[in-house]
Design a binder for this molecule. Sequence first.
Ligand code: ARG
Length: 384
Amino acid sequence: MSTPSRERHGDDGGELRSPVSSHNEWDPLEEVVVGRLDGATTPSRHSVVSCNVPPWAARFQRLAAGFRYPQALIEPAQRELDQFVTLLQSLGITVTRPDPVDHRQRFSTPDWSSRGFCNTCPRDSMLVIGEEIIETPMAWPCRYFETHSYRALLKDYFRRGARWTAAPKPQLTEALYDPRYRPPEPGEPMRYILTEFEPVFDAADFVRAGRDLFVTRSNVTNGMGIEWVRRHLGPDYRVHEIESRCRTPMHIDTTFLVLAPGKALVNPEYIDVDRLPEVLDSWDILVAPQPDPIRDPLLQLTSLCGKWLSMNVLMIDERRVIAERHHTTMLRALEKWGFEPIPCDLLHYAPFGGSFHCATLDVRRRGTLESYVDRAAGRSPQVG
Ligand code: ARG
């Protein structure tokens, strides 16, 4: 099966080869966007933000909301980020970056106003499906204009032949958020802060395995958002929902990741292996080991993420994988499963929303659109 590659022609009539082309999480990486720390501002005090911040960091977030992040957090993160970029470049990968922006600037719509957040995590605001790059309708008001800092890049990719789309711009009025929401207690059925007022989703709630995409519903991705992606992509793709037991889910990439054809990495706290979609029946399910504890009190108090960032790895190709140097248990597990981990530091990025997978957006991987799952799964056995 090969990509149904449409021919596109530039102004001079010459054929354009899209600089955006990525179908899965593991084909050889050629070009990647890496986020930025400049101008990062603590996310606003909105209920859709606080319900996703770990309880121990909620105090910091409430006090610091709308202020620039302190240098004491930026500096170590910047050092690690610079080394990560150098590592990617040394592997022959082209690295592009968003424009620096002062995220503290206030902006408004007819319905509300907010300050910004940051552009540390391009994974969240843009979804690459083949040659198309989709700006996502994000549920956090402070992230409303986040893709503007990528517009120079997006326009350049477009001029050179990429397809560029933005999902319907959400209104983010009060009707989108359940005012009575509180996270479910253990044993209570799952619930989310979002209503079905309009489609919203973050790209980071999706992972791609060619014609099959996996998504988690979350406090930033509602049912209509998932349906929008499904209908937009049409019959060439299938979008499978992965149930997460995380009580405050936001972003699939600390819960379920596809690492290579037939290999998925799962979080044992959030994923019930017996309830994975049947199309994965023939896949190896790699259960992530318990993360190595992080004892730095400043990181504990300010991380926007939980401990499972140990899973937030970036595939360079089917074997090589960039993973956190601190998480030696994960590095050893990856080796045991046949991968070649490349250790790198990025622990201090957690206050800004993530690690290697979050901090990047793979715009080009060398490969074609394929199907990697067991098509026969789910069909009843043929009798006689
Ligand atoms: N909610 C996840 C956690 O707390 C964070 C995932 C971050 N991912 C991202 N793409 N920004 O672990």
